[in-house]
Design a protein around this ligand. Structure first.
Ligand code: NZQ
Ligand code: ZN
Length: 379
Protein backbone atom coordinates (compact mmCIF):
# COMPACT_ATOMS: atom_id res chain seq x y z
CA UNK A 1 0.00 0.00 0.00
CA UNK A 2 1.23 3.49 -0.87
CA UNK A 3 1.28 6.37 1.59
CA UNK A 4 -1.76 8.61 1.25
CA UNK A 5 -3.57 11.58 2.73
CA UNK A 6 -7.27 10.97 3.31
CA UNK A 7 -9.07 14.27 2.85
CA UNK A 8 -12.50 15.31 1.68
CA UNK A 9 -13.95 18.61 2.89
CA UNK A 10 -17.36 18.45 1.15
CA UNK A 11 -20.41 18.81 3.38
CA UNK A 12 -22.76 16.47 1.57
CA UNK A 13 -26.47 16.78 2.35
CA UNK A 14 -28.29 13.67 1.12
CA UNK A 15 -32.01 12.91 0.93
CA UNK A 16 -35.48 14.25 0.25
CA UNK A 17 -35.85 18.02 0.70
CA UNK A 18 -32.25 18.59 1.82
CA UNK A 19 -32.20 21.75 -0.31
CA UNK A 20 -34.15 23.31 2.55
CA UNK A 21 -30.76 23.52 4.27
CA UNK A 22 -29.18 25.45 1.38
CA UNK A 23 -30.14 28.98 2.42
CA UNK A 24 -28.55 28.85 5.84
CA UNK A 25 -25.51 27.03 4.42
CA UNK A 26 -25.05 29.76 1.78
CA UNK A 27 -25.65 32.70 4.11
CA UNK A 28 -22.25 32.35 5.77
CA UNK A 29 -20.53 32.81 2.40
CA UNK A 30 -21.80 36.27 1.48
CA UNK A 31 -24.67 38.23 -0.02
CA UNK A 32 -24.24 37.78 -3.78
CA UNK A 33 -24.37 34.53 -5.74
CA UNK A 34 -23.81 33.50 -9.34
CA UNK A 35 -26.38 30.80 -10.09
CA UNK A 36 -25.19 28.53 -12.92
CA UNK A 37 -27.27 25.98 -14.81
CA UNK A 38 -27.57 24.22 -18.17
CA UNK A 39 -30.19 23.92 -20.87
CA UNK A 40 -33.28 24.13 -18.66
CA UNK A 41 -33.94 20.68 -17.20
CA UNK A 42 -33.58 22.22 -13.73
CA UNK A 43 -36.51 24.55 -14.41
CA UNK A 44 -38.74 21.49 -14.85
CA UNK A 45 -37.69 19.30 -11.91
CA UNK A 46 -38.03 21.82 -9.10
CA UNK A 47 -34.33 22.12 -8.25
CA UNK A 48 -33.93 25.62 -9.71
CA UNK A 49 -36.99 27.04 -7.94
CA UNK A 50 -36.14 25.41 -4.61
CA UNK A 51 -32.59 26.77 -4.78
CA UNK A 52 -33.64 30.30 -5.74
CA UNK A 53 -36.22 30.35 -2.99
CA UNK A 54 -33.57 29.39 -0.44
CA UNK A 55 -31.18 32.11 -1.60
CA UNK A 56 -33.91 34.74 -1.68
CA UNK A 57 -35.09 33.85 1.82
CA UNK A 58 -31.60 34.74 3.07
CA UNK A 59 -31.56 38.02 1.11
CA UNK A 60 -28.81 36.72 -1.18
CA UNK A 61 -28.77 38.62 -4.49
CA UNK A 62 -28.73 36.22 -7.45
CA UNK A 63 -27.18 36.74 -10.89
CA UNK A 64 -27.79 33.92 -13.35
CA UNK A 65 -25.72 32.26 -16.02
CA UNK A 66 -27.37 29.48 -18.01
CA UNK A 67 -26.65 27.55 -21.18
CA UNK A 68 -23.84 25.29 -19.96
CA UNK A 69 -23.75 22.42 -22.47
CA UNK A 70 -23.24 18.71 -21.88
CA UNK A 71 -19.54 18.15 -22.65
CA UNK A 72 -19.02 21.67 -21.29
CA UNK A 73 -17.11 24.30 -23.25
CA UNK A 74 -14.38 26.51 -21.90
CA UNK A 75 -15.84 29.63 -23.55
CA UNK A 76 -18.99 29.37 -21.43
CA UNK A 77 -16.82 29.19 -18.34
CA UNK A 78 -14.91 32.34 -19.31
CA UNK A 79 -18.14 34.16 -20.13
CA UNK A 80 -19.77 33.20 -16.81
CA UNK A 81 -16.64 34.16 -14.86
CA UNK A 82 -16.64 37.58 -16.55
CA UNK A 83 -20.24 38.14 -15.43
CA UNK A 84 -19.44 36.97 -11.91
CA UNK A 85 -16.51 39.38 -11.66
CA UNK A 86 -18.55 42.34 -12.95
CA UNK A 87 -21.29 41.59 -10.43
CA UNK A 88 -18.79 41.08 -7.61
CA UNK A 89 -20.36 37.80 -6.49
CA UNK A 90 -19.21 36.08 -3.30
CA UNK A 91 -20.09 32.50 -4.22
CA UNK A 92 -21.06 30.22 -7.10
CA UNK A 93 -24.17 28.04 -6.90
CA UNK A 94 -24.41 25.26 -9.50
CA UNK A 95 -27.69 23.44 -10.20
CA UNK A 96 -27.50 20.50 -12.61
CA UNK A 97 -25.46 17.50 -13.68
CA UNK A 98 -21.73 17.00 -13.97
CA UNK A 99 -21.32 19.46 -16.84
CA UNK A 100 -22.81 22.34 -14.86
CA UNK A 101 -20.93 21.55 -11.64
CA UNK A 102 -17.62 21.02 -13.47
CA UNK A 103 -18.04 24.38 -15.20
CA UNK A 104 -18.94 26.08 -11.92
CA UNK A 105 -15.75 24.72 -10.32
CA UNK A 106 -13.56 26.55 -12.82
CA UNK A 107 -15.83 29.60 -12.81
CA UNK A 108 -15.22 29.76 -9.04
CA UNK A 109 -11.46 29.89 -9.63
CA UNK A 110 -11.60 32.33 -12.54
CA UNK A 111 -13.75 34.84 -10.67
CA UNK A 112 -11.45 34.78 -7.66
CA UNK A 113 -8.24 34.90 -9.68
CA UNK A 114 -9.25 36.95 -12.73
CA UNK A 115 -7.75 34.12 -14.75
CA UNK A 116 -8.41 32.51 -18.11
CA UNK A 117 -10.16 29.14 -17.80
CA UNK A 118 -7.97 27.17 -20.19
CA UNK A 119 -4.80 28.51 -18.54
CA UNK A 120 -6.16 27.04 -15.30
CA UNK A 121 -7.16 23.73 -16.91
CA UNK A 122 -3.75 23.25 -18.53
CA UNK A 123 -1.84 24.19 -15.39
CA UNK A 124 -0.30 27.36 -16.89
CA UNK A 125 -2.05 29.44 -14.26
CA UNK A 126 -1.71 28.01 -10.76
CA UNK A 127 -4.58 29.39 -8.70
CA UNK A 128 -4.25 30.27 -5.04
CA UNK A 129 -7.95 30.86 -4.42
CA UNK A 130 -11.49 30.06 -5.53
CA UNK A 131 -14.91 31.34 -4.52
CA UNK A 132 -16.97 28.93 -2.41
CA UNK A 133 -19.01 26.57 -4.57
CA UNK A 134 -22.41 25.17 -3.60
CA UNK A 135 -23.68 22.31 -5.77
CA UNK A 136 -27.21 21.01 -6.23
CA UNK A 137 -26.88 17.73 -8.13
CA UNK A 138 -29.65 16.59 -10.49
CA UNK A 139 -28.00 13.64 -12.25
CA UNK A 140 -26.25 10.66 -10.65
CA UNK A 141 -23.10 9.83 -12.59
CA UNK A 142 -19.85 11.71 -12.31
CA UNK A 143 -19.07 12.03 -8.60
CA UNK A 144 -18.16 15.69 -9.17
CA UNK A 145 -20.32 16.62 -6.16
CA UNK A 146 -17.72 15.15 -3.80
CA UNK A 147 -14.46 15.45 -5.66
CA UNK A 148 -11.90 18.02 -6.76
CA UNK A 149 -12.07 17.35 -10.51
CA UNK A 150 -13.44 19.31 -13.47
CA UNK A 151 -13.55 18.22 -17.12
CA UNK A 152 -13.90 20.80 -19.91
CA UNK A 153 -13.42 20.88 -23.64
CA UNK A 154 -11.79 23.37 -25.96
CA UNK A 155 -12.58 23.41 -29.68
CA UNK A 156 -9.44 25.40 -30.53
CA UNK A 157 -7.01 22.89 -29.06
CA UNK A 158 -9.27 19.92 -29.96
CA UNK A 159 -9.19 18.59 -26.42
CA UNK A 160 -11.43 17.48 -23.61
CA UNK A 161 -9.31 17.33 -20.47
CA UNK A 162 -9.58 16.89 -16.72
CA UNK A 163 -8.19 19.13 -14.01
CA UNK A 164 -7.77 18.47 -10.31
CA UNK A 165 -7.29 20.96 -7.51
CA UNK A 166 -8.40 20.85 -3.87
CA UNK A 167 -9.65 24.42 -4.22
CA UNK A 168 -12.62 23.16 -6.24
CA UNK A 169 -14.21 20.76 -3.81
CA UNK A 170 -17.75 22.11 -3.32
CA UNK A 171 -18.20 23.48 0.21
CA UNK A 172 -21.72 22.04 0.25
CA UNK A 173 -23.36 19.54 -2.09
CA UNK A 174 -27.09 18.88 -1.96
CA UNK A 175 -28.24 15.51 -3.28
CA UNK A 176 -31.99 15.06 -3.35
CA UNK A 177 -32.64 11.87 -5.33
CA UNK A 178 -36.12 13.10 -6.26
CA UNK A 179 -34.52 15.68 -8.58
CA UNK A 180 -33.06 12.77 -10.55
CA UNK A 181 -36.45 11.14 -11.15
CA UNK A 182 -36.83 13.24 -14.30
CA UNK A 183 -33.55 12.05 -15.85
CA UNK A 184 -34.49 10.24 -19.09
CA UNK A 185 -33.67 6.54 -19.61
CA UNK A 186 -30.58 7.11 -21.76
CA UNK A 187 -28.87 9.49 -19.33
CA UNK A 188 -29.88 7.29 -16.39
CA UNK A 189 -28.11 4.35 -18.05
CA UNK A 190 -25.08 6.47 -18.95
CA UNK A 191 -24.88 7.52 -15.31
CA UNK A 192 -24.81 3.94 -14.06
CA UNK A 193 -22.17 3.05 -16.66
CA UNK A 194 -20.11 6.07 -15.61
CA UNK A 195 -20.11 5.13 -11.95
CA UNK A 196 -19.09 1.57 -12.82
CA UNK A 197 -16.36 2.92 -15.10
CA UNK A 198 -14.98 5.05 -12.25
CA UNK A 199 -14.70 1.91 -10.15
CA UNK A 200 -12.97 0.13 -13.02
CA UNK A 201 -10.48 2.96 -13.56
CA UNK A 202 -9.52 2.50 -9.90
CA UNK A 203 -9.45 -1.31 -10.21
CA UNK A 204 -7.08 -1.17 -13.19
CA UNK A 205 -4.92 1.52 -11.59
CA UNK A 206 -1.36 1.29 -10.31
CA UNK A 207 -0.55 -0.37 -7.01
CA UNK A 208 -2.29 -2.76 -4.66
CA UNK A 209 -4.83 -1.63 -2.08
CA UNK A 210 -7.10 -4.43 -0.91
CA UNK A 211 -9.66 -2.37 0.99
CA UNK A 212 -9.97 0.03 -1.96
CA UNK A 213 -10.53 -3.05 -4.17
CA UNK A 214 -13.33 -4.15 -1.87
CA UNK A 215 -14.93 -0.69 -2.07
CA UNK A 216 -14.78 -1.00 -5.86
CA UNK A 217 -16.57 -4.34 -5.82
CA UNK A 218 -19.20 -3.15 -3.33
CA UNK A 219 -20.03 -0.03 -5.33
CA UNK A 220 -20.30 -2.02 -8.58
CA UNK A 221 -22.56 -4.52 -6.78
CA UNK A 222 -24.90 -1.67 -5.87
CA UNK A 223 -25.02 -0.75 -9.54
CA UNK A 224 -25.60 -4.39 -10.52
CA UNK A 225 -28.43 -4.79 -8.07
CA UNK A 226 -30.22 -1.48 -8.48
CA UNK A 227 -29.24 -0.28 -11.98
CA UNK A 228 -31.35 -2.74 -14.01
CA UNK A 229 -34.28 -2.34 -11.57
CA UNK A 230 -34.10 1.43 -11.95
CA UNK A 231 -34.14 1.17 -15.75
CA UNK A 232 -37.55 -0.52 -15.44
CA UNK A 233 -38.84 1.91 -12.81
CA UNK A 234 -37.35 5.34 -13.49
CA UNK A 235 -39.67 7.12 -11.09
CA UNK A 236 -38.68 5.02 -8.06
CA UNK A 237 -37.21 7.24 -5.33
CA UNK A 238 -35.45 4.45 -3.41
CA UNK A 239 -33.72 3.10 -6.49
CA UNK A 240 -32.70 6.63 -7.51
CA UNK A 241 -31.29 7.14 -4.00
CA UNK A 242 -29.24 3.91 -4.11
CA UNK A 243 -27.74 4.80 -7.46
CA UNK A 244 -27.08 8.42 -6.50
CA UNK A 245 -25.07 7.50 -3.40
CA UNK A 246 -23.22 4.75 -5.27
CA UNK A 247 -22.22 7.27 -7.95
CA UNK A 248 -20.86 9.63 -5.31
CA UNK A 249 -18.85 6.87 -3.63
CA UNK A 250 -17.44 5.70 -6.95
CA UNK A 251 -15.35 8.85 -7.29
CA UNK A 252 -14.85 10.53 -3.92
CA UNK A 253 -11.34 9.12 -3.32
CA UNK A 254 -12.47 5.99 -1.39
CA UNK A 255 -11.55 3.65 -4.23
CA UNK A 256 -8.11 5.19 -4.74
CA UNK A 257 -6.54 5.46 -1.26
CA UNK A 258 -3.45 3.28 -1.04
CA UNK A 259 -2.92 3.04 -4.80
CA UNK A 260 -0.37 5.04 -6.73
CA UNK A 261 -3.08 6.11 -9.21
CA UNK A 262 -6.14 5.01 -11.13
CA UNK A 263 -5.71 4.12 -14.80
CA UNK A 264 -8.09 6.57 -16.59
CA UNK A 265 -7.19 5.30 -20.06
CA UNK A 266 -10.78 4.52 -21.05
CA UNK A 267 -11.84 7.99 -19.93
CA UNK A 268 -9.10 9.60 -22.05
CA UNK A 269 -10.17 7.53 -25.08
CA UNK A 270 -13.83 8.34 -24.44
CA UNK A 271 -13.14 12.07 -24.31
CA UNK A 272 -12.01 11.84 -27.95
CA UNK A 273 -15.47 10.57 -28.98
CA UNK A 274 -17.21 13.22 -26.87
CA UNK A 275 -15.05 15.93 -28.38
CA UNK A 276 -15.56 14.83 -31.99
CA UNK A 277 -19.25 13.84 -31.96
CA UNK A 278 -20.63 15.33 -28.75
CA UNK A 279 -21.30 11.79 -27.54
CA UNK A 280 -22.53 11.61 -23.94
CA UNK A 281 -19.72 10.72 -21.54
CA UNK A 282 -21.30 7.51 -20.20
CA UNK A 283 -22.06 6.29 -23.73
CA UNK A 284 -18.38 6.56 -24.67
CA UNK A 285 -17.44 4.42 -21.66
CA UNK A 286 -20.09 1.81 -22.40
CA UNK A 287 -18.60 1.35 -25.87
CA UNK A 288 -14.94 1.57 -24.94
CA UNK A 289 -14.58 -0.35 -21.65
CA UNK A 290 -15.36 -3.82 -23.04
CA UNK A 291 -13.32 -3.03 -26.19
CA UNK A 292 -10.36 -1.91 -24.03
CA UNK A 293 -10.52 -5.14 -22.03
CA UNK A 294 -10.37 -7.14 -25.25
CA UNK A 295 -7.20 -5.29 -26.28
CA UNK A 296 -5.70 -5.70 -22.81
CA UNK A 297 -6.66 -9.38 -22.46
CA UNK A 298 -3.02 -10.46 -22.16
CA UNK A 299 -1.55 -7.55 -20.24
CA UNK A 300 -4.41 -7.15 -17.73
CA UNK A 301 -5.81 -10.71 -17.91
CA UNK A 302 -5.32 -11.47 -14.20
CA UNK A 303 -7.11 -8.37 -13.12
CA UNK A 304 -9.97 -8.82 -15.61
CA UNK A 305 -10.48 -12.40 -14.43
CA UNK A 306 -10.39 -11.41 -10.74
CA UNK A 307 -13.05 -8.78 -11.44
CA UNK A 308 -15.20 -11.24 -13.36
CA UNK A 309 -14.95 -13.82 -10.56
CA UNK A 310 -16.09 -11.28 -7.97
CA UNK A 311 -18.97 -9.88 -10.02
CA UNK A 312 -20.25 -12.66 -12.26
CA UNK A 313 -18.56 -15.81 -10.98
CA UNK A 314 -16.62 -15.97 -14.28
CA UNK A 315 -14.03 -18.65 -14.83
CA UNK A 316 -12.19 -17.06 -17.79
CA UNK A 317 -11.09 -13.65 -19.04
CA UNK A 318 -13.50 -13.88 -21.98
CA UNK A 319 -16.41 -14.65 -19.67
CA UNK A 320 -15.50 -11.67 -17.52
CA UNK A 321 -15.56 -9.35 -20.51
CA UNK A 322 -18.87 -10.85 -21.65
CA UNK A 323 -20.19 -10.23 -18.12
CA UNK A 324 -19.42 -6.52 -18.41
CA UNK A 325 -20.91 -6.33 -21.91
CA UNK A 326 -24.14 -8.01 -20.81
CA UNK A 327 -24.38 -5.73 -17.81
CA UNK A 328 -24.01 -2.55 -19.86
CA UNK A 329 -26.42 -3.96 -22.45
CA UNK A 330 -28.99 -4.78 -19.76
CA UNK A 331 -28.98 -1.11 -18.81
CA UNK A 332 -29.40 0.01 -22.41
CA UNK A 333 -25.80 1.20 -22.76
CA UNK A 334 -24.33 1.07 -26.28
CA UNK A 335 -21.57 -1.40 -27.14
CA UNK A 336 -20.79 -0.15 -30.63
CA UNK A 337 -20.23 3.34 -32.03
CA UNK A 338 -22.99 2.89 -34.59
CA UNK A 339 -25.55 2.78 -31.76
CA UNK A 340 -24.56 6.39 -31.01
CA UNK A 341 -24.76 7.39 -34.69
CA UNK A 342 -20.99 7.25 -35.29
CA UNK A 343 -20.39 5.38 -38.55
CA UNK A 344 -17.38 3.34 -39.66
CA UNK A 345 -16.30 6.15 -41.98
CA UNK A 346 -15.23 8.06 -38.84
CA UNK A 347 -12.65 5.45 -37.79
CA UNK A 348 -9.63 7.31 -39.22
CA UNK A 349 -10.64 10.59 -37.70
CA UNK A 350 -11.05 8.99 -34.27
CA UNK A 351 -7.82 7.04 -34.50
CA UNK A 352 -5.76 10.02 -35.57
CA UNK A 353 -6.99 12.17 -32.67
CA UNK A 354 -6.47 9.33 -30.19
CA UNK A 355 -2.95 8.87 -31.51
CA UNK A 356 -2.23 12.60 -31.55
CA UNK A 357 -3.19 12.77 -27.87
CA UNK A 358 -1.44 9.47 -27.14
CA UNK A 359 -4.68 8.55 -25.37
CA UNK A 360 -4.10 5.83 -22.81
CA UNK A 361 -3.89 5.22 -19.10
CA UNK A 362 -1.49 5.91 -16.27
CA UNK A 363 -1.08 2.19 -15.65
CA UNK A 364 -1.71 0.80 -19.14
CA UNK A 365 -0.45 3.11 -21.86
CA UNK A 366 -1.44 2.05 -25.39
CA UNK A 367 0.57 1.78 -28.59
CA UNK A 368 -0.80 3.14 -31.90
CA UNK A 369 -1.32 -0.48 -32.97
CA UNK A 370 -3.35 -1.25 -29.85
CA UNK A 371 -5.52 1.80 -30.45
CA UNK A 372 -6.11 0.57 -34.01
CA UNK A 373 -7.22 -2.79 -32.61
CA UNK A 374 -9.44 -1.00 -30.10
CA UNK A 375 -11.20 0.83 -32.93
CA UNK A 376 -12.06 -2.49 -34.56
CA UNK A 377 -13.81 -3.63 -31.37
CA UNK A 378 -15.66 -0.31 -31.07
CA UNK A 379 -17.47 -0.72 -34.44
O1 NZQ B 1 -28.51 20.88 -19.74
P1 NZQ B 1 -29.71 20.44 -19.03
O2 NZQ B 1 -30.96 20.99 -19.54
O3 NZQ B 1 -29.59 20.57 -17.53
O4 NZQ B 1 -29.89 18.84 -19.32
C1 NZQ B 1 -28.97 17.85 -18.91
C2 NZQ B 1 -28.14 17.34 -20.08
O5 NZQ B 1 -28.84 17.44 -21.28
C3 NZQ B 1 -29.75 16.62 -18.52
N1 NZQ B 1 -30.17 16.58 -17.12
C4 NZQ B 1 -29.46 16.82 -15.99
N2 NZQ B 1 -30.21 16.62 -14.90
C5 NZQ B 1 -31.45 16.28 -15.34
C6 NZQ B 1 -31.43 16.24 -16.74
N3 NZQ B 1 -32.52 15.95 -17.48
C7 NZQ B 1 -33.66 15.67 -16.81
N4 NZQ B 1 -33.74 15.67 -15.46
C8 NZQ B 1 -32.67 15.96 -14.70
N5 NZQ B 1 -32.75 15.90 -13.37
O6 NZQ B 1 -28.85 15.55 -18.74
C9 NZQ B 1 -27.97 15.86 -19.81
C10 NZQ B 1 -26.56 15.48 -19.43
O7 NZQ B 1 -26.09 16.30 -18.38
P2 NZQ B 1 -24.55 16.32 -17.99
O8 NZQ B 1 -24.38 17.25 -16.86
O9 NZQ B 1 -23.72 16.55 -19.19
O10 NZQ B 1 -24.32 14.80 -17.53
P3 NZQ B 1 -23.35 14.17 -16.48
O11 NZQ B 1 -23.77 14.45 -15.10
O12 NZQ B 1 -23.20 12.78 -16.88
O13 NZQ B 1 -21.97 14.96 -16.69
C11 NZQ B 1 -21.12 14.62 -17.75
C12 NZQ B 1 -19.88 15.50 -17.74
O14 NZQ B 1 -19.08 15.27 -16.55
C13 NZQ B 1 -17.74 14.92 -16.93
C14 NZQ B 1 -17.95 14.27 -18.27
O15 NZQ B 1 -16.76 14.20 -19.02
C15 NZQ B 1 -18.98 15.15 -18.91
O16 NZQ B 1 -18.42 16.31 -19.47
N6 NZQ B 1 -17.10 14.12 -15.89
C16 NZQ B 1 -16.75 14.73 -14.75
C17 NZQ B 1 -16.08 14.08 -13.74
C18 NZQ B 1 -15.70 14.74 -12.49
N7 NZQ B 1 -15.87 16.06 -12.39
O17 NZQ B 1 -15.20 14.11 -11.57
C19 NZQ B 1 -15.65 12.69 -13.88
C20 NZQ B 1 -16.35 11.95 -14.96
O18 NZQ B 1 -15.56 10.87 -15.35
C21 NZQ B 1 -16.65 12.77 -16.17
O19 NZQ B 1 -15.52 12.86 -17.01
ZN1 ZN C 1 -16.58 9.27 -15.95
Amino acid sequence: MKNFLAFNPVKLHFGKNVVQELGTSASSHGKKALLVYGGGSVLRNGSYHDTRKQLQAQGIHVTEYNGIKPNPRVENVDEAAGIGRTEGVDMVVAVGGGSVIDSAKIIAICIAEGSDAWEVMTGKHKPASALPLIAVLTLAATGTEMNAVSVLQNSETQEKIGYRNELIYPVHSFLDPSYTQSVPANHTAYGVVDLVAHCLEAWFGKGEATLSDRFVISVIKEAQEFGPKLMKDLDNYELRANIMWAATCALNNLTIYGRESGDWGVHALGHVLSFLYDTAHGATLSIIYPAWMKVLKERAGDRILQLGKELWGSSSVDQSIEGLESFFKSLGGPLKCQEEGIEAICKNEILSLMNKQDAGGMNFSLSDKEREELLEYMF
